[in-house]
Ligand binder design. Structure first.
Ligand SMILES: [Zn+2]
Length: 131
């Protein structure tokens, strides 16, 4: 009987630990969400939240000229706008925001060569400064 009670109490303690842990973590996540939402203009956030509300990711990566979520080819004009960073682009097919990863090949020779060299140099210099 003692062993049974012990097991029950062990379970209760583990349960409590998990529940309080989750609560602490949820609060932290909530704060982070608020912080990030505050950085996004309301109209952009609204479109994003609509997609998320339908169970879709709101942002797709533009990889090799293709939308990472629906795999449709991104038009040349949109790719140019993306790599220039001047405008926010939506995928024509799925309506997600397109995000161009820094290392992704854009398919535009002149935009590819320069930033890559600059990105590679910066961390090395930073390390030397610290040492
Ligand atoms: Zn898409």
């Amino acid at each position: 009987m003692e062993a049974v009670m012990r097991k029950i109490m062990d379970c209760l303690l583990a349960l409590q630990k998990l529940q309080f842990d989750v609560r602490v973590r949820l609060t932290a996540v909530q704060a982070e969400l608020e912080k990030l939402r505050a950085e996004v203009p309301p109209t952009i956030l609204a479109h994003y939240e609509r997609l998320v509300g339908r169970g879709k990711k709101g942002v797709a990566l533009a990889r090799n000229g293709v939308c990472s979520e629906c795999h449709l080819r991104i038009t040349g004009g949109k790719l140019v706008g993306l790599s220039a960073g001047t405008d926010i682009q939506l995928c024509d097919n799925c309506g997600r925001y397109l995000y161009l990863p820094e290392t992704a090949p854009v398919g535009l020779a002149e935009t590819k060569a320069l930033p890559t060299a600059a990105i590679k140099r910066t961390p090395r210099e930073a390390v030397y400064h610290v040492a």
